[in-house]
Ligand binder design. Structure first.
Ligand code: KIV
Ligand code: ZN
Length: 389
């Protein structure tokens, strides 16, 4: 990666996203999503965990065989059999990556792995070296990094970089980090590890405290140049950092963050709708960027402002993320100006100010009884006004 200000977008919807209870996907569904991710110009697609099942192996393989413009990655534990299976699934990839990981926090090493720290370092180095024999592009993750000891992380990272890892991922596996502290850790790691310049630092944040996007952006400010994320923020438990939020924050606040991505943002809403329909996980209406209300304006003051100048209440356009247009929701808070504009858009403009006032009064009456007023309601309301004139 030559451009030091470009953030690599690593999408793990098909791996961590699929770990959401109830979100499992078939091979063909994964392939459809992978094609959409490629169209969106995602840099790295984590297609699955090849050793997890025959189905996952086939999905990773089908994606590696088909998708040409994104790097295709498979997860593997730091075990020979996992790494070999990942390498096999990725054999035909135009650009493939093996992503191997081991836990580094005291709690995981003691209770889950039941291993001494020295053994963990040894296994990590061995895994990276084996993966490098199969593929040039190897990523290493320190699972539960945000609860790991700083000096131990420095030690293991220095050694896996020497063994050939080119991306070092610092996951906030349990969503425990807070932005300032996480950013400070990333900056200290980069400053203290002697061979840090040989690798790209990545982050992978979970959303247990609702801080996954904030932590990812803080890490970017501290020097991370890969963000792992998922469409609609899907993922284990409360999910992962949401791709659409990370990408649009980087785009919209370029003035402050100073970095870019290669994502075609107009493909975001189509990707969100596809992932939602495949997994059956609805997108909440007020979800940033991709929720149905993300660009809807209901209150009279907001609608009036929008009609005068879009930037009064919008920091990005609906079109820039793939919506067809912003939506003025006609409801009880809507004002006269929005009402008149919508009638004009519907080709049913009123004959006089008196008729407009009458129709507007009827509209407010109706809006008190109904949540949302549709175009058909407005048309009916105008003909009633005319009939009674
Ligand atoms: O959350 C996590 O730590 C992970 C790793 C396997 C990267 O998903
Ligand atoms: Zn994860």
């Amino acid at each position: 990666m030559s451009d030091n200000n470009r953030v690599i977008i690593f999408d793990t919807t098909l791996r961590d996203g699929e770990q959401s209870p109830g979100a499992s996907m078939t091979r063909d569904e994964k392939l459809r999503i992978a094609r959409q991710l490629e169209k969106m110009r995602v840099d790295v697609i984590e297609a699955g965990f090849a050793i997890a099942s025959q189905g996952d192996f086939e999905a990773v393989k089908a994606i590696a065989d088909t998708v040409r413009n994104s790097t295709i990655c498979s997860l593997s534990r730091a075990l020979d059999k996992d790494i070999d299976r990942a390498g096999e699934a990725l054999r035909n990839a135009n650009s493939g990556r093996i992503h191997t990981f081991i836990a580094t926090s005291p709690i995981h090493m003691k209770y889950k792995l039941q291993m001494q720290p020295d053994q963990v370092v040894e296994q990590a180095v061995k895994a990276v070296a084996r993966a490098r024999n199969l593929m040039d592009d190897v990523e290493f993750s320190l699972e539960d990094a945000s609860r790991s000891e700083f000096d131990f992380m420095c030690r293991i990272i220095e050694q896996v970089i020497d063994a050939g890892a080119r991306t070092i991922n610092i996951p906030d596996t349990v969503g425990y980090a807070v932005p300032q502290e996480f950013a400070a850790t990333i900056a200290r790691l980069i400053a203290n590890i002697p061979n840090a310049d040989k690798a790209i630092f990545s982050v992978h944040c979970h959303n247990d405290l609702g801080l996954a996007v904030a932590n990812s952006l803080a890490a970017v400010s501290a020097g991370a140049r890969q963000v792992e994320c998922t469409v609609n923020g899907l993922g284990e438990r409360a999910g992962n950092a949401s791709l659409e939020e990370v990408v649009m924050a980087i785009r919209t606040r370029h003035d402050t963050l100073g970095v870019t991505t290669n994502i075609d943002s107009t493909q975001i809403v189509p990707a969100s709708k596809l992932v939602s329909s495949v997994t059956g996980f609805p997108v909440q209406p007020n979800k940033a960027i991709v929720g149905a209300n993300a660009f809807a304006h209901e209150s009279g003051i907001h609608q009036d402002g929008m009609l005068k100048h879009r930037e009064t209440y919008e920091i990005m356009t609906a079109e820039s993320v793939g919506w067809h247009a912003n939506r003025m929701v006609m409801g009880k808070h809507s004002g006269r100006n929005a009402f008149r504009t919508r009638l004009e858009e519907l080709g049913t403009s009123v004959a006089s100010e008196a008729e407009l006032n009458d129709a507007f009064a009827r509209f407010k009456d109706l809006a008190d009884k109904k949540h949302e007023i549709f175009d058909e309601d407005l048309m009916a309301l105008v003909s009633d006004t005319r009939a009674s004139a």
